[in-house]
Design a protein around this ligand. Sequence first.
Ligand code: NAD
Length: 244
Amino acid sequence: MNKTVLITGSSRGIGRSATIEFARNGYNVVANYHSSANEALKLKNEIEKFNENIKIFKSDISDRNQAENLVNFTIDSFGKIDVLVNNAGIYYQTLFTDVTLEEWREIFRVNVEGVFNCSQFAVKDMLKYHEGKIINVSSILGMTGASCEVHYSASKAAVIGFTKALAKELGPSNIQVNCVAPGIIDTDMNKNIPNDVMQELMYQTPMGRMGKPSEIAKIILFLASENSNFITGQVISPNGGFVI
Ligand code: NAD
């Protein structure tokens, strides 16, 4: 029987690439989107040419009810949930002294509470079958921190702590929880970073380039596969050597 994956934030970037990668590899896929219905529909149409087991579902993962509906939709559609990819996230740069309490709370609501919401509902299903995989998308900034990105770095560090603790709790239930912490990846998320800053970042990256969304998607696919059955609680950081 096909395995089922739920991927959050699928309409573009890393989530879109991961959705295509899982679909190509024969998974049943539920692709979550937040506001970009047209992009999500385009993705669905593209995937249906080679895999008809693709469904899209609108949900704001930071809203607990919507996250629960998303997980329930996945289970109702395909019977169970084998893999959860917590990919959705928000990012922007702000001087620490300018971060408002509402901005701080918003970034934690999406980047941390969203991961908590989807994981908690999905785990309840995974426990029934004594197997499952959760892959969280953090960031190198969750490992190193970065100036003007205290709010984002703190939220992504929380995802790493979450991954490690949940891996310990769910190991005995044969559920693996891992984390991918990418370096700079060529997606819309970075489109507001000024050119000179981007040049400097590339200079500091030994491989001298940004990563491609597909390069992250392939690591996520590996962590979802049986080849990673003895890997849990780990942080894999595809970053072109930016952090060694
Ligand atoms: P992106 O901005 O292209 O994609 C983020 C996706 O998350 C979008 O589809 C967006 O709609 C979705 N999203 C945002 N808030 C949501 C919500 N409340 N509910 C549901 N979906 C929501 O960026 P990306 O680069 O593809 O980022 C994917 C993940 O990778 C994020 O968690 C990001 O923090 C992380 N990341 C990205 C980079 C990078 O350089 N691009 C580096 C490290 C980590």
